[in-house]
Design a protein around this ligand. Sequence first.
Ligand code: 5AD
Ligand code: FES
Length: 367
Amino acid sequence: MNPELTKSEIESWLRETDPVELEKLWQAADRIRRETVGNAVHLRGLLEISNYCRRSCAYCGLSRHNPSLARYRMTAEEILDAARQIAAFGYGTVVLQAGEDDGIEAAWLAEIIRTIKQSTPLAVTLSLGERSLDELRLWRQAGADRYLLRFETSDPELFRLIHPPVPGQTLSRIDLLRQLRSLGYEVGSGVMVGIPGQTYRSLAEDIDLFRRLDLDMIGAGPYIPHPHTPLGTGLLKPSVCPAEQVPNTEEMTYKVIALTRLVCPEANIPSTTALATINRESGRELGLQRGANIVMPNCTPPHYRQLYEIYPGKACINETAQACQSCLAQRIRSIGRTLGTGPGGRQHRTAVPNPQSDSDERSAPNQ
Ligand code: 5AD
Ligand code: FES
């Protein structure tokens, strides 16, 4: 299979339903994954530090228009304790994630980032929505290594519809991703698979955009309707020809993961919690066997975890961080993979992998 897939070829793969053909796609993605990022699965400890949000995204349960959700913001002490626990688990990265929360003050968070960097070996990833360039710069200077900001869909009209803009905002998410890169962050983005209004053509465009942005991290999970949101209730119904609507299925998510691995061979790609939510049995493992190389175990204290309800029925909602640690280690070993050590940042490829090779060796990383 030619990894230099054109947009039309990506679209045909997204429409493919023949299991024999799909098996070829899974195998190709798994081989490229092995040859470029190796057999290690890196674990990123996820801390959901606040569920306040100033936005009103039509798909997301944290929207400010959801009055039924009790809101919380972790204290600095709680965040630092949890980060120390993540380091003690041997995970190489802490991901600080929140809604777009004005209560997360730039200087307050910068101090937390500095303390984590001084007192642990962790890489720090931020996932805090669209913040000002001054804030992003301050956090980078404080030591933050990476930033995640999904563009959700490359279709500008659909994006505006499901992600209403706020006054005064001038930069698009794509602009912000470019700014983040020039500030020296490793940059991650991604999409939801099967949002109402998403067509096969636009999903193929999303995957092509991953390639053009040369992203370091790419997350794709199935869209899961939330009953307290306009998209989830059907109150908002983007118009699309039914034959063109992408389904929000497990199989479609694997196709996106696999195609993403083919077009962005070096990227760090998670097998997401949303995927584990729609297939609790083996979603995570199948994601890892079809192109992914990262898992983000939830390390949020359990009483807050319940309240970070982006979508309902989230996997592991009642588990402790310890339970997820041993569960994941076992699941990863059961598919013949190893636990990653160290921060697990992007490894730049120095040699083009041999498409015929079946070797388990990594190509030489340059860092
Ligand atoms: N279903 C699946 N994923 C969702 N996200 C937000 N709402 C949902 C939903 N209903 C994803 C978005 C966001 C990430 C943090 O969670 O892609 O960027
Ligand atoms: Fe959380 Fe298995 S990963 S219990």
